[in-house]
Design a binder for this molecule. Structure first.
Ligand code: ATP
Length: 252
């Protein structure tokens, strides 16, 4: 995708001048980002640089000190609880800790979010069909009646992805989607993320330390350094930059 193609697109998520401190620890010092419809945007930052704080502000788990966050043209700091719930149904999360419920089968794990967000799909919701489709999307329909304890780490990650997808999110937030996986399984997850993006034209914000993952999946990248969007560009643009702070990310 060329830069001009991306720029012609609709913005689905926009953060402007986001600031958040904990006492003297100034974590975010005016962070900006824009996620365009249908793109995969990777955010990379060192450990402790504020990636999780940024995501928590984005989903309303932390209150920013200042700045604006707009999700699909709505300023989330101004939404009441019910408006926020409706918006949340359009945002999917795949977090490191998004564990499956151990006491439920795969099928039940997928039915669970559907019941919670049944309003989004109304009376026409066909739970069985939606569970099947979500599992087919991750190639694990045959695991429908298994318990999480019977799944490998890679399979669990795929089921977690299916559970996110079943709500047909417009935006997916991925926090370290390949962490803890061996390189082959990590590649499978990246392939799946690409397939899903192609099939549903979702927009994805991906936080990762994994340079291979960033190379494979990103249309654009943002480097979060010193609490700001220090560098923005394609993987190739950033990987060939001579700034020492930027270079540090791409050294193996
Ligand atoms: N609730 C909190 N109270 C006080 N300090 C916090 C809180 N949450 C985060 N911090 C601080 O904010 C800074 C950024 O943390 P954050 O978890 O966002 O880093 P990160 O970039 O996600 O790191 P990692 O890649 O290791 O997950 C750290 O210095 C952390 O100690």
């Amino acid at each position: 995708m060329s830069n001009s193609e991306i720029e012609a697109r609709k913005t689905v998520l926009q953060i402007k001048d986001l600031r958040k401190s904990f006492g003297d620890n100034h974590v975010l010092n005016g962070f900006n980002m824009e996620l365009y419809q249908g793109e995969n945007l990777v955010i990379m930052g060192k450990s402790g640089s504020g990636k999780s704080v940024m995501i928590k502000c984005l989903v309303g788990l932390l209150e920013a000190d200042s700045g604006t966050i707009r999700v699909m043209d709505k300023d989330i700091t101004k939404l009441d609880q019910s408006a926020m719930d409706i918006l949340r149904a359009d945002i999917g999360f795949l977090f490191q800790g998004s564990a499956l419920y151990d006491s439920m089968t795969v099928r039940e794990n997928l039915e669970f979010p559907l019941r919670r967000h049944s309003k989004k799909f109304g009376d026409e919701m066909n739970t069985e069909q939606m569970v099947h489709e979500a599992l087919e999307n991750v190639g694990l329909l045959n695991a429908i009646d298994l318990m999480p304890s019977e799944l490998s780490g890679g399979m669990k990650r795929r089921i977690a992805l299916a559970r996110t997808l079943i709500l047909r999110p417009k935006i997916i937030l991925y926090d370290e989607p390949t962490s803890g996986l061996d390189p082959i399984t990590a590649k499978e997850i990246i392939l799946l993320m690409q397939e899903i993006q192609n099939k549903y034209n979702t927009s994805s914000l991906i936080i990762t330390h994994d340079v291979d993952c960033a190379r494979a999946i990103s249309d654009r990248m943002i480097l979060l350094i010193d609490g700001v969007d220090y560098a923005v560009g394609t993987f190739d643009q950033l990987a060939s930059d001579n700034d020492p702070k930027i270079k540090a990310f791409f050294k193996h």
